[in-house]
Design a protein around this ligand. Structure first.
Ligand code: MV4
Length: 449
């Protein structure tokens, strides 16, 4: 049984998790760095423990300090949120060693999915479509070149330890293959301490579509439909929606079945996300599996009316997942409001929030830890709020989002609000006509002075 949950995170997600804990009658423990003393997750928790100085590596990334905080407060479970230690297999193991339930995937699952080459092999064996490529890692440039020439160029060279766009290289022909291979491998070695790479066929202009799953660790698994996440800039998502404008009921059923097949084949426990590339022919391929709750989980919550954090906790308490179809109702869109200047290359804009007036009204949800007078520390992620809307149709959701963006007032720092206003006003976005390259060519009009 879980009675007290330590939330090993900060910002909006710490608050988000805390809310569900309190609704479930669970006590909460916040941890915070000295930069987050005045943060809302500290004020709203039942107890709070300072775990170190501002730098993440000395606070939110310190397993020893987080375990100590759990032991002194008597927390019997730890929710890691996203980022920080959420996909750290060693941390998940340390929790188990201390008889503290890690609310997330098993160490084995985290380790397996953290190695993208093993993850791909596992999915292929389970019958999930994967991008054609090498059978696991390739040891030498010569071996890689053979695979590439048999498959045909262009090809991607990907680091096994990479992911989320890190450690990838494109090779367009035989002449540049060896150089790209060596660069990818060397970069992976210094960035991840693992030089292993694998090869796959390049998929041109794909969409990023991901399926939310939940497993109970015994092979029983369900899915909650897809999220369209193609609106990204340098592998950072800016807008997500559910359903995808290009996924029909048939494709959703097939992708959902594939995601379940993959997750249940590893007895997946907890909430997870199976990421797919969708090409312009309607073919989908497994890309990665994320073993955490994701930033964009609210769009799924809005169209399924499910509290995914509650499900994470119930599964962690040993509850089984009942096989069922989860209907999607209407349409949800999320805009990430970052303290960044979209007119200056999205440069970070930390500092004092002087005015903070979040949007409201029917079908509008704001997940945030910010308030008027809040000082955004420069040490962490620049996301200060998620604005989520839901409506009956995609067109109505876009209209509601434009209204909600117009109503959101943040003064004192730059934000991505004007970017979202222009994006959601664009013809291409409104038609659903975009892929992962869309923001490379999207031109922002200068701000009105
Ligand atoms: C690809 C690809 C094209 N072909 N793999 C980027 C993130 C990482 N998870 C995988 N990524 C890609 N893998 C093949 N074989 C294009 C991308 C990609 C991408 C994927 C999803 C969302 C945005 C992207 C932006 C650039 C490249």
């Amino acid at each position: 049984m879980i009675k007290k949950v330590l939330i090993a995170n900060r910002g909006e997600i710490a608050l988000r998790i805390m809310r569900t804990c309190h609704e479930m009658g669970l006590k909460t423990v916040a941890v915070f760095s000295t930069a987050d003393r005045d943060s809302l997750h500290v004020r709203f928790s039942d107890e709070a423990v300072c775990i170190g100085p501002p730098e993440s590596r000395d606070s939110y990334l310190r397993p020893d300090r987080i375990i100590a905080a759990a032991e002194v407060t008597g927390a019997d479970a730890i929710h890691p949120g996203y980022g920080f230690l959420s996909e750290n297999a060693a941390f998940s193991e340390i929790c188990a060693d201390h008889k503290i339930k890690f609310i997330g995937a098993s160490p084995e699952n985290i380790r397996l999915m953290g190695n993208k080459s093993f993850a791909k092999k596992t999915m292929l064996a389970a019958g999930v479509p994967v991008v054609p490529g090498s059978d696991g890692e390739v040891a030498t440039p010569e071996e890689g070149l053979k695979v590439a020439e048999e498959m045909g160029f262009p090809v991607m060279i990907k680091a096994s330890a990479g992911g989320g766009g890190r450690g990838m290289r494109l090779a367009t022909g035989s002449d540049e293959f060896e150089r790209q291979f060596k660069t990818a491998s060397a970069e992976a070695g210094s960035a991840f301490g693992n030089e292993g790479v694998y090869i796959e066929k390049f998929v041109s202009g794909p969409r990023h579509i991901e399926i939310q799953v939940l497993g109970d660790g015994t092979g029983s698994c369900i899915h909650f439909g897809e999220r369209e996440c193609s609106i990204q800039r340098r592998h950072q998502k800016l807008v997500e929606e559910s359903p995808s404008p290009v996924v029909d009921a048939n494709l959703r059923a097939r992708m959902g079945e594939s995601a379940i097949l993959g997750a249940s084949s590893v007895n997946y426990e907890g909430a997870g996300t199976v990421e797919f590339l969708l090409d312009d022919q309607g073919n989908y391929y497994f890309m990665e599996m994320n073993t955490r709750i994701q930033v964009e989980h609210p769009v799924t919550e809005e169209v399924t009316d499910c509290d995914l954090v509650e499900y994470q906790i119930r599964v962690a308490m040993g509850e089984k997942v009942r096989k069922r179809d989860i209907p999607l109702l209407g349409h949800a869109i999320e805009c990430r409001i970052n303290a960044e200047n979209p007119f200056n290359n999205f440069s970070p804009s930390p500092g004092l929030i002087q005015t903070f007036h979040p949007s409201g009204g029917h079908g509008v949800r704001v997940d945030t830890h910010a308030y008027a007078g809040y000082q955004i520390p420069p040490y962490y992620d620049s996301m200060i709020a998620k604005l989520i809307v839901r409506a009956r149709t995609r067109d109505l959701a876009i209209r509601k989002m434009l209204r909600a963006l117009d109503e959101f007032v943040i003064e004192g720092v730059h934000t991505t609000i004007p970017f979202h206003q222009q994006l959601l006003s664009s013809d291409a976005f409104q038609k659903g006509d975009f892929d992962t390259r869309f923001l490379e060519t999207f031109v922002l009009k200068p701000p009105n002075l």
